[in-house]
Design a protein around this ligand. Sequence first.
Ligand SMILES: [Zn+2]
Ligand SMILES: [Zn+2]
Length: 310
Amino acid sequence: MIDAVSQGVFFFWLYFNWFLSSHFMSLNFDLHSHSTVSDGLLSPADLVAYAAKQGVDVLALTDHDDVSGLASAQAAAQAHNIAFINGVEISVTWKKRTLHIVGLNIDPEHAALKAALARVRLAREQRAMQMGEGLAKAGIEQAYQGAKRLAQQSIITRVHFARYLVEQGLVKDIKTVFKKYLVKGKPGFVEHQWMDLQQAVELIIASGGTAVIAHPGRYDLGSVNMLQLLHDFRSYGGVAIEVVTSSHTPPQYQQFAKLAHQFSLKSSRGSDYHGQGVSFMDMGRLADLPSGCVPVWQDWPALQVAPTPA
Ligand SMILES: [Zn+2]
Ligand SMILES: [Zn+2]
């Protein structure tokens, strides 16, 4: 027979769970964003301020292969009363394709993670020089220097090359630069070996984080490879995939929600915001996760943040 005390504990437990789920559901999570530390336009502190203004309650900064913006973003988050998640977006090579793996709740001071990211950044610089040489052969001079100028002190990415070509009036927009110059078979494309998928997932886990496949709808893998990727990722310890992200269409939300369910993976939600004019969508405007998704934040400790009124 259940005595009154355990019954009371049980009802409190029920109430507490209800409170947690209803509290979390009303929070606006954005678990993928970029600052000037990689290829975003806003400094880490300005990005956080903008997120707060746009009604984001929980923000992860996930710069490419670099964690040096996290400390100032964290401080800004405190000042703006939003919750902050330490993140990173690691470029990996899987079956000769480049994929992005987001790490959430990583430790930015973890030695092995820091060393591995430093190696990736060095390789990225070498790739950028080769891209500049390729574009020069196609008659586009000074592309490396131009991209480097736009990157300022941050890591140099293909987006910086794209912005340079648009800035010079050579191509009308960033999307077209990628299509005409930066993808396989085009003059600015450089075959590059990034970190191994398994190594990236293991490093994220070793540093206390959760590994998430970023924007899976962008890889054009075909269904057989997609199933293989989700299988491999999960077997290495990967936990979640981005279901709602700015480069996915609403039918893709459903498609990846189904795949997450099929592979017992959790679902993440992130804008991949890079700044005004260079993003698919503004911050704070993402759709909710489809019903039935297990949010990647499900087991996170209660976040010290007041939900933004709807
Ligand atoms: Zn990405
Ligand atoms: Zn990104």
